[in-house]
Design a protein around this ligand. Structure first.
Ligand SMILES: Nc1ncnc2c1ncn2[C@@H]1O[C@H](COP(=O)(O)OP(=O)(O)O)[C@@H](O)[C@H]1O
Ligand SMILES: [Mg+2]
Length: 272
């Protein structure tokens, strides 16, 4: 259940009264179902604006956005929210977890908002499965401040997956992570992409992170200035396996590093 994206001449102007910020200046691109696209570019080049529109968090000022062949550029806010809840998972740089809420409750949260009428017990089961899928079943009752950065990002990934989205949008997901943990998180994305066929759009300003994608799109000044297949793709699982075992760890402190890493990279992808 992958999703395809087609945008034509997308523009976005933020109207601040006195000034108008032209964040996107005519972006045209097609992304096929099941691609893993990295979007790269300097700060202020429009990457996040692009992601917000693709993620149905915002609407373009002009231009067309076809998601799985349906024009979503003119939908009402409510209709957009529906599409978003059904199809799209988000991962952010700052994890965006609720701090006074357990890992399990954070993961379960989107199920409360998607109008599925799912019963509490079923929601719990799914949230447990999703946490298990990112190797964190033993952290279900922990609050975010009791988890490392990498663990928090894995909770956020589990939350993004809870509605079984067909697109995963990640905005600088490794921006707050050390390099080892970044490889681990990229491993999860690559696995979701290859094994579950989820379309992945990864925003980063780091070239090395973009190289985990199969295609690299470069933004500058609100436009795409380059769009190329990535011929030197990095494979996170291989890299991770070759890394020395981590003892002091962003990974888990209480279980051996080896079992943690296997847990995270050896995703149990069956969330149904
Ligand atoms: N909500 C907003 N209101 C006004 N200007 C914004 C808003 N969001 C982004 N911008 C401006 O739009 C431009 C593109 O920003 P952004 O999409 O965040 O770029 P990037 O993610 O590449 O750093 C920048 O000039 C930024 O200041
Ligand atoms: Mg940004």
């Amino acid at each position: 259940m992958a999703s395809s994206i087609s945008v034509q001449d997308l523009t976005k102007v933020y109207d601040l009264g006195e000034i108008q910020v032209r964040a996107l200046r005519g972006v045209t691109v097609d992304i096929a179902a099941g691609e893993f696209v990295a979007v790269i570019g300097p700060s202020g080049s429009g990457k996040s604006t692009f992601m917000h529109i693709l993620g149905c968090l915002d609407r373009p000022t002009q231009g067309r956005y076809l998601l799985d062949g349906h024009d979503v550029s003119t939908l009402s806010r409510n209709a957009l929210a529906d599409v978003r809840n059904k199809k799209i998972g988000f991962v952010f740089q700052g994890f965006n977890l609720l701090s006074r809420t357990t890992a399990l409750d954070n993961v379960e949260l989107p199920l409360l908002y998607n109008g599925n009428g799912m019963r509490g017990k079923e929601r719990r089961r799914r949230a447990h499965d999703a946490l298990n899928g990112v190797g964190l079943s033993d952290r279900a009752g922990h609050h975010p401040n009791q988890l490392s950065g990498g663990q928090q990002q894995r909770v956020a990934i589990a939350r993004a997956l809870i509605n079984q989205p067909s697109i995963l949008l990640a905005d600088e997901p490794t921006g707050n992570l050390d390099s080892r943990t970044s490889v681990e998180v990229m491993g999860i994305f690559q696995k979701l992409n290859t094994e579950r066929g989820i379309t992945v759009l990864l925003i980063t300003h780091e070239r090395e992170i973009a190289e985990y994608g199969t295609r690299i799109i470069t933004f500058r000044d609100g436009k795409i200035v380059s769009d190329k297949p990535n011929t030197v793709r990095r494979m996170a699982a291989d890299e991770f396996a070759a890394l020395p075992l981590d003892t002091d760890s962003d990974a888990d402190s209480s279980v051996p590093a080896a079992s943690t890493s296997v847990g995270a990279l050896d995703l149990d992808l069956d969330l149904t």
